[in-house]
Ligand binder design. Sequence first.
Ligand SMILES: *Cc1c(COP(=O)(O)O)cnc(C)c1O
Length: 236
Amino acid sequence: MISENMRQIREKIAEAADKSGRAASDITLIGVTKTVPADTIRQLISAGITHIGENKVQEFLPKYVELTAEAPNWHFIGHLQKNKVKHLVGKISLIHSIDSLGLAQEINKRLEQQNMTQDVLIEINIAKEPTKYGILPEAANEFSKHIFALSNMRLRGLMCVAPFVENGEKNRALFAKMRELAKKIFLEKVLTNLQDLPYTPFPFELSMGMSGDYTAAIEEGATMVRIGTALVGERP
Ligand SMILES: *Cc1c(COP(=O)(O)O)cnc(C)c1O
């Protein structure tokens, strides 16, 4: 089942990438495996998935240990509490969910102590939903300046969890808004004061699009899609 799902998803990714003038290889497919056992993650890895996303620290840690040999690129995509940060530092390729300055500062403090750096994305509450985490779009540019200033963080792009919709087209305008926001933040940084940064934050990543709306997201510029249900089936 997984290999057939994967084939269909890869095909749709390639088609959507083509529509936006890119290649399928420009899009990172992240298999979202919350509530899914480690054995299923192994199947995904055998089928060629190299990026795995988890949203809870307590669920991620045992899987991380169990899959030491497979060593996928782990993505943390859920809301992160400050008191759990210490468990993640050094284990995650990309944290997608920087949603407060306090959290970012806590991560940076741990990184400094361990003399490490961490790639991160800022989570944007693009539809301004009261039930969702993330920085409001109008505050994103100012917020990004604080994150760029943190010594051991590498701000790589933006992420959003768009509203749940039956028809992914309904989120298209929100994805376009994300792209414009990212362009403003990252192009401005590159054009104006790149010299303050010890790394190049460009090209930026746009982590957007899930099972119901990933083709619209890619057509609007997503560089990473986070797919659970369409890959491994409905969660219990
Ligand atoms: C669960 C989840 C996904 C995947 O959602 P599906 O609709 O199952 O593809 C993507 N991103 C985040 C942040 C999630 O929590």
